[in-house]
Design a protein around this ligand. Sequence first.
Ligand code: B12
Length: 211
Amino acid sequence: MNALVKYMSALDVNSAKAEVKRLLEQNVHQTEVFQMLLEGLAEIGKKYEAGEFYIGDLIVAGMLMKDILSMEEMKSMEKEQPKIQGKVVIGTVLEDIHDIGKGIIADMLAAIGFEVIDLGVDVSPERFAEAVLEHKPQIVGISCVLTTAINNIFTTIKAIEQTGLRHNLKIIVGGAALDNRYFSIKEADAFTNDAYEGVQICEDWMKDMNA
Ligand code: B12
């Protein structure tokens, strides 16, 4: 197992941060480091499932991931990109409080020039609908990590439809709960559990809308 994955899965905060610094200094690309961090989280998830780790460990894992993503060394690698005009309303669905992945895509969209309105976690369908009416975004992003919260994606999309503005915007759904091997969300315009792909889709939509 690679050193960073090992430190992450052992929740060894100091060694994990030192290893991230070392890898970036050696010009390992940020996306590769990011993949290792995700692998580390997957290992933590396995330990949790096996009863080796408890909820407290998941909390530490979440804090560790956020801590690393906010390191100057991780941020300074964001490249200057042409600004895109567009507004995105994003949030994690009702009954789900996971926000690391949502935070990543929100930061990535902001970095390429989107105005991002982040509604936070455990966001009710009504709150999404209110935000659509208030901000009139071109894109709505819905994050869902818990499989038990998947139904709330559909109620959220229904609530957005009831604003009468559905035809004016695109809906992208993301998060670990979504796996296109098992199902699709026809009510959304796109879904992915990969933030990079998500950003690409949003960029393409904006190009089409501005064409
Ligand atoms: C950290 C963590 C927590 C932290 C969350 C901290 C936080 N601030 O987010 C805390 C401790 C709060 C937590 C709580 C719980 N958790 Co938890 N948690 C995790 C853990 C370890 C990592 C999740 C994570 O952040 N992954 C990394 C991010 C980057 O991945 P991601 O969210 O998928 O995001 C990526 C993409 O999906 C995409 N993306 C995400 N959102 C969006 C949105 C859009 C629009 C787009 C385009 C893309 C996109 O971009 C990201 C980068 O590519 C996972 C294990 C795992 N390996 O996933 C369990 C896990 C998700 N949790 C789990 C469970 C069961 C729980 C609890 C129910 C435990 C409990 N008994 O209380 C509670 C749920 C509370 C609730 N109501 O939500 C299960 C879920 C099982 C399932 N089938 O749904 C997992 C899989 C662990 C396990 N193996 O059992 N958890």
